[in-house]
Ligand binder design. Sequence first.
Ligand code: AMP
Ligand code: GLY
Length: 434
Amino acid sequence: MKILIVGSGGREHAIAWKVAQSPLAEKIYCAPGNAGIAEVAECVPITAMEFDRLAAFAKENAIDLTIVGMDDPLVGGIVDVFEAQGLRIFGPRKNAAILEGSKAFSKDLMKKYGIPTAAYETFDNADAAIAYLETAKFPIVLKADGLALGKGVLICEDLETAKAGVKEIMQDKKFGTAGDRMVIEEFLTGREVSVLSFVDGKIVKTMASAQDHKRAKDGDRGLNTGGMGNFSPTPFYTKEVDAFCQKYVFQPTVDAMAAEGRPFKGVIFFGLILTEDGPKVLEYNARFGDPEAQVVLPRMKNDIIEVVEACIDGTLDQIDLQFMDDACVCVVLASDGYPVSYQKGFPIHGLEAFRGNDTCFCFHAGSKFNEKGEIVTNGGRVLGITALGKDLKTARANAYKAAEWVSFDNKYFRHDIGYAIDEFDRSLGIGAEA
Ligand code: AMP
Ligand code: GLY
């Protein structure tokens, strides 16, 4: 089969790497891809929002299957454009990708179908939002309705900050039209875990759990980022939590979408928070997480093409989804200064150490070839150093060892990815030595 992957980050590298392991894959293209993806796929200089050019490329090159990694093209309707031209593509149609594309939609869906989530109100004008805040309890959470590169969520400690937040979102339009509407919701406390799942329109099969570290600095300090590293599985996602979520969250969400006439096919990423009152949904994403894909896909035993095809065909019930017991940890090597301002264009050394290694992988998030043909840094997040291990601590040690193999100017990373593993041990009364 000829496969086209749409996107250019670490997630798309992990998807391309996994696709490359399938005996079904004859030729892999990635649009636009990056210097790491170029090792497993032919990169095509078309960006993810150029739907017509992508569809024309798929036709001209007889692509059998397109896999979309990113949220923007899915929410923008890439799947509808491809399907209208008879092209086979994996991902939700526009009317289902709204699960991620509109927080007001997803909150209303959860309310209507009794899926546990934070209490909330939706507003489409700033005055009404501010009037509501006057009587609200703090902290409180403000969310721009639409996609905002993961930045449209503000946690406000007091009325003044919240009023300023409403102004930023709805009046100054800091997140553009994403702020035409907003959700104001109850602040929840608890540990956050992510669960990725495959969905075929009717049924859901969950992949492994993962836990992300979003803050830029050690000890979960500093600004929020796209993710500085993560690990899978997370010990906090216990069998009991899984049983609850399977019953009250995962299948009910898929059933709700079908009942609304918006059958969802693709990947749903459930962003959960484990509160004292039980697990609740913080957010849905309509795609693999980045960097969740990097720690979940290396653990998946199945041929990803077979699973993706079953989702498209509505035959996911015939797939026995299996994951290795081995754990996986990803440490992001970033450019110093990320997520605010940073320099790019520095040569990356040491990448050859990963060739042929079946325990440690280097997924490129932001890299490119310069005019001399060298691989150079090209983003805030540069590489996702990912390692398997027989348990989380071994995987973490492997990932940190491999993080030293690579060098580039302004290399920056967190030293405590996976510290929650030690917290879990302590919660069981086990001493944490590393
Ligand atoms: P979201 O994009 O909705 O997942 O929000 C991004 C991040 O904001 C989450 O990963 C949480 O850390 C935080 N967050 C979102 N909603 C809430 C909430 N209701 N209570 C506490 N934290 C939240
Ligand atoms: N890691 C969070 C996301 O992909 O949205």
